[in-house]
Design a protein around this ligand. Structure first.
Ligand SMILES: [Fe+2]
Ligand SMILES: [Fe+2]
Length: 303
C-alpha cells in the first residue's frame, strides 16, 4: 500500500530501495555453492553458542554430560531453522501482498522482489540444514500454524512489516552471536553469516516502511497493528524452541519447559534478543500503552 502522506514519503521510499538494490548486487550469496555441505559435522563442536541453548545453567543442564548438551544444541538449532523456514514462507507471502497494487517499475517493488528471492534461498538453506543435522523437521504446532495462516492472509501493511521485523530482528541477534563463535560447527557459522548479511537489508527495508506506514495510516490501523503485534510476539517467541527437542534428547518435556521458563538466564536471553526491536517499536508508536506492553511481557520479549 502507498503511504498516504504524499510525495516526500514516496521519494524517501525510492531512495532507500535504490541503496538496498545496490547493496544486494554487491553482497548476495548462493548457499548451495557458497557452503561446503558435504563436509562432515565436527565432533565436539556446538550447533548454537552454548549460552543460547534454552536450558543453559538450569538444574537439568547441570546434570547433563557435555555430549548431551551439544546434542540438545543440535536439536534446538534445527528447531530454529525449522521455524525459520516457516517464517520465511510467511514473509514471502506478506511481501507479495504488499506489492500487489504497486507500480512494478518502482525501486521499492524491485527491492521487494529481490528480497523475496533472498528469502527463497534462505528457505532452501534452512531446509537443507535440517536435513544435514539429521533431526526431525520441527515445524510449529497446529495452533501456531493456524495463527500464521490468519496473519499472512489478513495482515494490513503496518501489521505485516511489524511481523516481519519481529522475526528478522530476533533471529538476527541470535545469529550475530553464532557466526563469529569458534565453538560452533563451521556449516552453522556459514549459514548464519549469509543470513545476517542479507537480513541486514531486510531489516532496513521493513523498519523504514513501518516508520512511514505508522506515520501515515489511519488511527484504527495503528491500533490494530499494536494489538496484533503484541499477540504475534507471543506466538513467535513460543515457536522458536519446539518442545519436541527435549524428548529427542531423552528429557522430560514438562520438566524441561518448566525449568526453561523459570531460568533467569533464559529470560534475560529472550529479552536481549528483542531489545533493539522493542525500543524501535516504542519509538514509532507500535508499543505504547500498558495493554500493548502486557502482551509483549507475556511473550517474554519485554521486561
Ligand atoms: Fe531470511
Ligand atoms: Fe528476511
Amino acid at each position: 500500500m502507498e503511504p498516504r502522506a504524499g510525495t516526500a514519503l514516496l521519494t524517501d521510499r525510492e531512495h532507500v530501495a535504490e541503496r538496498l538494490l545496490e547493496a544486494s548486487a554487491k553482497h548476495s550469496y548462493d548457499p548451495d555453492t557458497e557452503l561446503d555441505w558435504d563436509a562432515p559435522l565436527e565432533p565436539g563442536l556446538w550447533f548454537l553458542p552454548e549460552r543460547m541453548v534454552s536450558l543453559y545453567g538450569t538444574p537439568i543442564w547441570n546434570r547433563m554430560s557435555e555430549e548431551r548438551r551439544i546434542e540438545l544444541s543440535r536439536h534446538e538449532s534445527a528447531s530454529l531453522a525449522s521455524a525459520g523456514v516457516w517464517f520465511e514462507i510467511i514473509l514471502i507471502q506478506l511481501l507479495a501482498r504488499h506489492i500487489y497494487d504497486l507500480d512494478p517499475r518502482s525501486s521499492h517493488v524491485a527491492y521487494a522482489l529481490t528480497e523475496m528471492a533472498d528469502e527463497c534461498r534462505h528457505s532452501r538453506m534452512f531446509a537443507r540444514m535440517v536435513t544435514k543435522l539429521e533431526t526431525p523437521y520441527y515445524r510449529p504446532g497446529g495452533t501456531t500454524r493456524f495463527l500464521g495462516r490468519v496473519l499472512k492472509t489478513t495482515a494490513t501493511t503496518p501489521g505485516a512489516f511489524t511481523a516481519t521485523l519481529l522475526v528478522e530482528e530476533i533471529l538476527d541477534r541470535i545469529q550475530r552471536q553464532t557466526f563469529p563463535d569458534g565453538t560452533v560447527q563451521p556449516l552453522i557459522r556459514g549459514i548464519t553469516r549469509i543470513h545476517v548479511v542479507e537480513e541486514a537489508r531486510h531489516v532496513r527495508y521493513a523498519r523504514e516502511e513501518l516508520r512511514r506506514q505508522m506515520a501515515s495510516c489511519p488511527a484504527w490501523e495503528r491500533q490494530l497493528t499494536r494489538t496484533v503485534s503484541g499477540e504475534a510476539s507471543v506466538v513467535v517467541a513460543r515457536a522458536l524452541v519446539n518442545p519436541a527437542v527435549y524428548a529427542a534428547v531423552g528429557l522430560d518435556v514438562n520438566e524441561a519447559l518448566l525449568q526453561a521458563r523459570r531460568s533467569e538466564h533464559r529470560r534475560e536471553t529472550m529479552r536481549w534478543s528483542a531489545e533493539r526491536l522493542t525500543s524501535f517499536l516504542e519509538e514509532i508508536g507500535v508499543i505504547r500503552s500498558r495493554l500493548d506492553r502486557a502482551a509483549w511481557r507475556r511473550s517474554g520479549l519485554l521486561l
